[in-house]
Write a protein that binds this ligand. Structure first.
Ligand SMILES: [Zn+2]
Length: 299
């Protein structure tokens, strides 16, 4: 009898050990899958406990409640190119996208598409999404709400006249809008689209660094901010596409991304990572990368 108990005890101990091991392994798996992509380069797993612990249950809940785990598993990314079209770089970008069979989203500026209408038509013809980035790239801080409205409608009119399409997505010049500005945008029937990944391509010329910065803060979906007139991204794009494909990402337009993840675009998590300016930099307090002097391609 006592012998029997001993066996039972041993079996139970083994079972619980296996259970603990299984739990540990699955948590490790979850930790790697869900949390590591949030780490900054060089940041160790252990230096990053609090935020990780806060996010873990939310991410688990997200998985359980999403209902369609296959769709949830799919890794999708929307490349967005702002400010163009420009005569030299935009055709190179379009060629690269065509070669790699990638559909992207172009946030165009009204006066630029009036200047280069054939490029605007090519964007649409190649199957990319065309979206509104104001008429003259004016920032909200320099405008009244009525002027902001005119900026949006000016771009819309140009896109419609030249491509026959009515843009439905809007990204403000400079990337920021007040709550009043957001209201103005929504009143015109637009959906705001911010980027979740900002590699700083309008000032960073090194393709390797651009690719590295573009990895940061990545989960299973993202909207990458790039520019139609930045040489760095022209050079980085093939490597960037290959690197992300190797990580299992598919490239989609912003509207397609919102459809696939089943969330409207304004609810996309904002995970912008801007490379930190160096010590002693006058722009440091702004928390922004430093555009080169005279660089006209700042977002
Ligand atoms: Zn811009």
């Amino acid at each position: 009898m006592r012998r029997k108990f001993r066996w039972l005890f041993a079996a139970l101990t083994l079972l619980s050990l296996a259970g603990v091991l299984l739990l540990g392994l699955s948590f490790r798996q979850f930790y790697k899958r869900e949390l590591v992509p949030w780490l900054e380069p060089g940041q160790s797993l252990w230096s990053w406990r609090l935020e990780g612990l806060q996010r873990a249950p939310l991410a688990l809940y997200d998985d359980w409640s999403s209902g369609n785990s296959d769709q949830r598993r799919k890794k999708v990314i929307a490349l967005t190119f702002d400010d163009g079209p420009y005569p030299l770089y935009t055709p190179l970008l379009l060629e690269t996208l065509k070669h790699y069979k990638v559909k992207a989203t172009f946030f165009v500026v009204g006066i630029h598409i009036r200047e280069f209408p054939s490029l605007a038509r090519q964007i649409v013809r190649d199957g990319h999404e065309i979206a509104n980035h104001t008429n003259r790239h004016r920032r909200e801080r320099d405008l009244t709400q009525a002027e902001l409205r005119d900026e949006i409608l000016g771009c819309e009119q140009a896109v419609q006249e030249i491509t026959g399409q009515r843009p439905r997505l809007f990204r403000p010049a400079g990337g920021f809008l007040s709550s009043e500005g957001i209201q103005t945008v929504q009143n015109l029937g637009y959906t705001m689209c911010n980027a979740t990944i900002n590699p700083g391509d309008w000032w960073q010329r090194d393709p390797d660094l651009l690719i590295r910065f573009s990895y940061r803060g990545r989960s299973r979906e993202g909207v990458t901010l790039m520019h139609s007139g930045a040489l760095g991204i022209v050079r980085a794009l093939p490597g960037y596409i290959n690197a992300l494909r190797a990580k299992g990402f598919e490239f989609v337009t912003v509207s397609e991304l919102a459809r696939q993840i089943g969330k409207p675009i304004p609810e996309l998590p904002k995970r912008t990572h801007i490379p930190a300016p160096s010590e002693g930099d006058p722009h440091r307090e702004l928390g922004n990368p430093v555009p080169e002097t005279g660089d006209e391609y700042a977002p």
